[in-house]
Design a protein around this ligand. Structure first.
Ligand code: GLA
Length: 400
């Protein structure tokens, strides 16, 4: 039998179920009880760091994700083996300790948050496989939280509406893992739809699918090959700077409770009272919110040149005002901008390394790949990876 790579296992529920049966005699004895759950990663098209400012985001759940094959048990133990390395970790559902700094924290944190939400959890033996590059801004954490949510109730959708499910996963990350993230990633992994991006109003939680013209254009991710640096501390620092801006503006505008409420004119009138760096951070958020809505309107009008222009404006703002780009991400955007048929490019996710997302005419995808493979190495000394991502459905039971 040909060896199946961990990435292949993540895409092949039957093979992953087979791997669990090989590892766990109890699963082999009762193969009909095996379930496989899967949750996607995401790329964000536009709207970066706007989620925790109660603004707008436009993510896409992608075909890459995390799958868990599991055998539910009645012993309150969760034991999971990583298909990639054979590493095994676990915890007791009735005695979830403090975080350990490893991947098992995401499962333990999700179990903790589900219990807090009043959901009955179950033990299981599982094998976990991923085809989502980790730590690259494609939301492997949210995918793991969402896949865990389904695994922890015996391999089913928990009895929560999908928004509550997403918020429970976010709570696991905020309160247990300790990253002060917004809702975008968990929302995208829960709500993903084939063929569409998802517009979310992070204040009202209203959302809707935004159809993408995928016959004509592809979404292409360029992975910089540089891991995200200083991510948690710098991320939490950006959040504090946004809150500092709100505090200054609220002195004269008592209705303002988040940067979502701030117009460009309000921000300008607070300039003299604000630290210049805090001002720059706020300026990014205020205009980024406008760009999300403009991008949705441009998609609806079929104006892809305008969407591309908004991508580049967002990238410049993240580089110059919000300070979350890197020389490598700038190089990737710069190379893409020189390729005919590329409408726009920008970093996606938290920043500080990771990936760019590119909106590209289908016939130009090879040209983009060739340009990146030719020019990125000499400019940065790193090797980039270029792949198309496809809008895909959200977390689901895929076997059993
Ligand atoms: C990370 C966080 C999200 C969001 C993005 C930036 O992915 O998890 O909540 O803030 O960064 O847009």
């Amino acid at each position: 039998m040909a060896a199946t790579s961990p990435a292949d296992l993540a895409r092949d529920p039957r093979a992953l179920a087979g791997r669990l049966a090989e590892a766990e005699p109890a699963a082999a004895a009762d193969p009909g009880a095996i379930r496989v759950v899967r949750a996607p990663g995401r790329v964000n098209l536009i709207g970066e760091h706007t989620d925790y400012n109660e603004g707008f985001v436009l993510p896409v759940a992608i075909q890459l994700g995390i799958a868990i094959a599991l055998l539910p048990t009645d012993d309150r133990r969760v034991e999971v083996t990583l298909a990639a390395t054979g590493e095994r970790a676990g915890f007791d559902l009735d005695a979830i300790g403090p975080k350990t700094g490893s991947w098992i924290d995401y499962l333990a944190g999700t179990a903790w948050a589900l219990a807090e939400a009043g959901v009955a959890t179950r033990g299981f033996r599982g094998v976990l496989a991923s085809d989502l590059p980790q730590g690259s801004g494609l939301s492997s954490s949210a995918a793991l939280e969402l896949a865990s949510s389904l695994a922890l109730v015996g391999g089913a959708l928990p009895p929560l509406d999908r928004m509550t499910l997403a918020r429970t996963a976010q709570r696991a990350e905020n309160r247990y893992v300790g990253v002060n993230c917004g809702l975008m990633d968990q929302f995208a992994s829960a709500f993903g739809e084939e063929g569409s991006a998802l517009l979310l109003d992070c204040r009202t939680l209203e959302h809707r699918a935004v159809r993408l013209p995928l016959d004509d254009v592809a979404l292409v991710v360029c992975h910089s090959g540089s891991p995200r640096r200083l991510e948690t501390s710098a991320y939490n620092e950006r959040r504090s700077q946004c809150e500092a801006a709100v505090a200054v503006i609220a002195q004269t505008e008592p209705g303002v409770t988040a940067l979502r409420d701030v117009t460009p004119a309000m921000l300008e009138s607070a300039r003299d009272r604000m630290d210049p760096l805090v001002f720059a951070r706020a300026e990014h958020i205020v205009h980024e919110n406008e760009r999300v809505l403009a991008a949705v309107a441009a998609f609806a009008a079929g104006d892809l040149d305008e969407v591309g222009r908004l991508f580049y404006a967002s990238q410049a703002s993240m580089r110059d005002l919000f300070g979350i780009s890197s020389p490598e991400l700038d190089a990737l955007v710069d190379i893409a901008a020189g390729v005919p048929g590329v409408y726009g490019a920008r970093l996606t996710g938290a920043g500080f390394g990771g990936c760019t997302v590119n909106l590209v005419r289908r016939e130009a995808v090879d040209g983009l790949r060739d340009a990146v493979l030719r020019d990125y190495g000499p400019r940065t000394g790193l090797v980039a990876r270029v792949f198309e991502v496809v809008p895909s459905r959200g977390a689901a039971v895929v076997h059993g």
